[in-house]
Ligand binder design. Structure first.
Ligand code: NAD
Ligand code: 2HG
Length: 533
């Protein structure tokens, strides 16, 4: 039974698939403080949050059994993702469940601000009938600057176009083809500041976007500018905003999000030129149900089928790429495991080469599998696909990736090289159509074997009788040989023998094998064959 804790208010209707599932126990407790959550978190396999609960390193350090943190929404800034990654905890979100709601809330804010709806409402309720003070501005033929043209930004742009607005957008990932197709003009942040009548912000909060709209920006702005933020507090510098409004540099603002939430104690919520809502962008019945359904189904899929759709801190495979890469996944981890066992000391560097069709795919999952295989021998089960690269870095091991779509004898070929000052070892692998995974190269030896659970790699001099002696010694130790492969450079020269054996070879067996004249070095490789993320 997997245990899941829900710590923020989330639609129970949307979580139904998880709550009703026989393999999951769902505890809902939305009143926990940091200390209380820290005390109980080790009981849980999965944690579901919205934007309220801060998932701190303190909580995570006690989360000994936690495999997944699911954010029922988009932004994950309330979760210490770096810390979760280091601990190998997968973070997922529900990126599109609340897109329409946040888009519509943005439009509502623009319209409410342009037409003074909150102020006029308050005035009429207080007994006034003031039509002059609350005269508004049309959106028609005005310029809307969109900063961050992702799901919500483009949704707002599309709706604003139907109001007859011209759209300027700044987003490093907005291509000129897409902009043309969407009838949007790409612009710099400065051009947006200078030319816009309205501005809407839809980026995540990152070190680059924090304070992106600041005093310098407001100094360039038109005095009639009306600006909204339904993305994240901090993208607009709050002090600079108040100053710009007070100095008449811009006209109005509408905010749904704040540096500190709940925003009970800030001049922003009391300012005459700012209209405010308490982080309501995603607060609709539909959005809350959609994000809850999304995280509930994904948690089931992760625990039951190892399928990750919306990973924030891990690569994900989908559709065609998944089908194409799946056979390489286990082979890569096994290659890493063999590599580290053939390489006596710790490597300082890994070189990973992808040749052939595979080089055209996103191979990050394969890279992580290779690294996981390398690290698992020393670090154990703690290593997973989420923390593999972070742990590699912590071990002081660098890695390089080389991709070449030209064939290297095989339609797909992956090579792992482990390197330190003294030596290096290269292991080439492929998946052969109809034959499955194969190791096809060890250093310069061309080989062809399917990796098995227990293997011996013996470097020796090629000479008659050596195989018989070896068979006899293994027989004396009650070890059955399942298969044997030989790679050699020349008759009587240096050679490599690879044995797949049915049981693990003891140190005593290895030492007896060393007595064979011509055996130079013997390496055991025992593979942990279960596939998991
Ligand atoms: N107020 C709410 O309740 C609410 C609801 C949903 C989402 N949000 C927030 O809205 C934001 C956008 O959500 P989304 O679903 O559209 O995300 P998205 O990932 O689809 O879009 C974000 C866009 O920002 C762009 N971007 C990133 N850094 C940038 C930079 N430095 N300059 C310009 N563009 C940059 C990205 O390229 C991307 O296109 C997120 O911060 C999210 O947390 C708020
Ligand atoms: O959960 C919420 O209500 C806020 C969600 C929103 O800010 C998001 O980033 O998805």
């Amino acid at each position: 039974m997997y245990k899941v804790i829900v710590v923020d208010p989330i639609s129970e209707e949307g979580l139904k698939s998880l709550i009703d599932h026989k393999d999951f126990q769902v505890d809902i407790n939305t009143n926990l403080n940091e200390e209380e959550l820290t005390q109980i978190i080790s009981n849980y396999d999965a944690l579901i949050v919205r934007s309220q609960t801060q998932i701190t390193p303190n909580i995570l350090s006690s989360a000994k059994n936690l495999r997944v943190i699911a954010r029922a929404g988009v932004g994950v800034d309330n979760i210490d993702v770096d810390c979760a990654t280091k601990q190998g905890i997968l973070v997922i979100n529900a990126p599109d469940g609340n897109t329409i709601s946040a888009t519509e809330h943005s439009m509502a804010m623009i319209l409410a601000m342009a037409r003074n709806i909150p102020e006029a409402h308050r005035s009429l309720q207080s007994g006034e009938w003031d039509r002059k003070t609350y005269r508004g501005t049309e959106l028609y033929q005005k310029t809307l600057g969109v900063i961050g043209a992702g799901r919500i930004g483009l949704g707002v742009a599309k709706r604003a176009q139907s109001f007859g607005m011209n759209i300027l957008a700044f987003d490093p990932y907005l291509s000129s083809d897409d902009a043309k197709r969407l009838e949007i003009t790409r612009a710099t942040v400065e051009e947006i500041a200078e030319q816009s009548d309205f501005i809407t912000v839809h980026t995540p909060l990152t070190p680059k976007t924090k304070g992106l709209i600041n005093e310098d920006f407001f100094n360039l702005a038109k005095p009639n500018l009306q600006i909204i933020n339904v993305a994240r507090g901090g993208i607009i510098d709050e002090e600079a905003l108040i100053k710009a409004l007070d100095d008449g540099k811009i006209a109005k603002a509408a905010l749904d999000v704040y540096n500190n939430e709940p925003a009970n104690n800030t001049p922003l919520t009391q300012h005459d030129k700012i209209i405010v809502t308490p982080h309501l962008g995603a607060s609709t019945i539909e959005a809350q149900e959609k994000v809850a359904v999304s995280v509930a189904n994904e948690i089931i899929d992760i625990f039951e089928h190892n399928n990750v759709l919306h990973a924030v801190n891990a690569p994900q495979m989908s559709g065609e790429v998944e089908a194409e890469l799946r056979p390489f996944v286990e082979l890569s981890r096994t290659t890493g495991e063999i590599g580290i066992q053939l390489f006596d000391k710790g490597p300082r560097e890994l070189k990973i080469k992808y040749h052939g069709e595979i080089a055209l795919d996103d191979t990050s999952i394969i890279t992580r599998q290779l690294v996981k295989g390398v690290l698992q021998q020393d670090l154990g089960d703690h290593v997973n696909l989420i923390n593999a690269l972070v742990l590699l870095n912590e071990q002081g091991v660098t890695y390089q990736i080389e991709k070449n779509s030209k064939k290297h004898g095989f339609s797909n070929y992956i090579e792992l090289e482990l390197i330190n000052k003294e030596h290096s070892i290269r292991i080439g692998s492929t998946v052969l159509n109809g034959y499955g995974p194969r190791i096809v190269k060890i250093n310069d030896y061309p080989v062809d074997f399917k990796p098995e659970k227990h293997m011996l790699f013996i470097y020796h001099t090629d000479r008659p009788g050596i195989v018989g002696k070896m068979g006899q010694i293994l027989g004396e130790h009650n070890i059955n040989i399942a298969s044997m492969h030989l790679g050699r450079h020349s008759i009587g020269g240096e050679a490599l023998m690879i044995l797949s054996i049915d049981t693990i070879a003891s140190e005593e067996t290895i030492s007896d094998l060393y007595a064979i004249d011509g055996f130079k070095s013997i390496h055991k490789a025992d593979i942990n064959s279960t596939f998991e993320t």
